[in-house]
Design a protein around this ligand. Structure first.
Ligand SMILES: [Zn+2]
Length: 70
């Protein structure tokens, strides 16, 4: 039987996050798992919380976010 071909796409999980708080101006670079803990989120529900505001790691103000993948 002839072997057929396919492409397997490896989907990379995020390792770190990087954002700058618009309130206190601090740049936050955090391990992704730590970010999820900090925000009380889990990666598996990303589709639910991706449009929810987050809290700044430093001043705890709520920030509207847009996620982009590097
Ligand atoms: Zn802040």
């Amino acid at each position: 039987m002839k072997k057929l071909k396919t492409t397997v796409t490896l989907i990379q999980a995020p390792s770190d996050v990087d954002y700058t708080c618009p309130y206190c101006g601090e740049r936050v670079i955090q391990d992704f798992e730590e970010f999820l803990d900090d925000q009380g989120l889990s990666w598996i529900n990303f589709s639910d919380w991706q449009y929810e505001p987050i809290k700044c790691h430093f001043c705890e103000n709520e920030i509207e976010v847009f996620y982009e993948f590097d």
